[in-house]
Design a protein around this ligand. Structure first.
Ligand code: MG
Length: 254
């Protein structure tokens, strides 16, 4: 539906269309100021008694393949869940609105690649399924790995720069502790209240009740489209670097 409207608009607005065609990923990259690097304290994670365990080290039963909703086919071994890039993104069977979530991720010690092509994954805080992926909290090896700062670990991709960079070196577990406040919409689909997110990254506050501009876009400006309770998604990024791993994923609905 939207592309039909867009097509009509472009017939009457050639100049606008020319500009849109010239849009590049680099247009929305921001490289400065670079967040201060911080060495985080060691920390441990145990799910509280009221949490829903999304991954406990034993199986991926709470997850499905995003593309066809079949059983998730990432690799579970030795208590950790490792991305299988050939099978694509996975998402929770359950749907959620607002929540608190804990997740741990680790980039392999032998990671290769640079910039966005080095240990890239992502936690889609709400997988909207509206033709967008949702709202991506970036996962990336951001230990001495330069990239645009609204695309480094702890950013809301292409929207919100993290307040600091507490990334551990590759091979060391990292933690995300997140409070997600889902956006709300009126009956006509108009935005009533925007999404907000608070993120502690290795115990360091990197998003402080930050307001989102809409669902993540790789190219162009973020935008809201109405949704209700939706799954949470983990990204199998298409870069060539070694796949990263997850453990101890739990959630508390708010
Ligand atoms: Mg990503």
């Amino acid at each position: 539906m939207h592309y039909k409207l867009y097509f009509s608009a472009m017939l009457v607005c050639g100049t606008f269309m020319a500009n849109a065609q010239n849009a590049k990923p680099e247009d929305t990259e921001v490289w400065e100021p670079v967040p201060k690097t911080i060495t985080p304290a060691k920390n441990f994670s145990t799910a509280p008694s009221d949490a829903i365990i999304l991954f406990d080290g034993k199986n991926q039963d709470e997850w499905v393949n995003t593309s066809d909703k079949s059983a998730a086919k990432w690799t579970v071994a030795k208590g950790i869940l490792t991305v299988n890039k050939s099978t694509g993104n996975i998402e929770t069977k359950k749907t959620f609105k607002s929540y608190q979530l804990h997740l741990e991720w680790k980039v392999p010690a032998n990671i290769t690649g640079t910039g966005q092509a080095r240990g890239n994954s992502g936690l889609f805080l709400a997988s909207t399924g509206n033709g967008d992926d949702g709202y991506e909290l970036q996962i990336l090896d951001s230990y001495n790995n330069k990239t645009y700062v609204n695309g480094q670990a702890g950013s809301i991709y292409k929207q919100l720069i993290p307040l600091a960079n507490p990334t551990n070196k590759p091979g060391v577990w990292q933690t995300y502790d997140i409070a997600w406040l889902a956006p709300t919409f009126d009956d006509n689909g108009n935005l009533k209240t925007p999404a907000r997110v608070t993120v502690f990254f290795n115990g360091i506050l990197v998003q402080n009740n930050s307001e989102l501009q809409g669902a993540t876009r790789y190219i162009g400006k973020a935008e809201y489209k109405r949704h209700g309770a939706v799954p949470i998604k983990l990204q199998a990024h298409g870069d060539k670097s070694e796949p990263l791993s997850f453990r101890n994923i739990w959630i508390r609905e708010l």
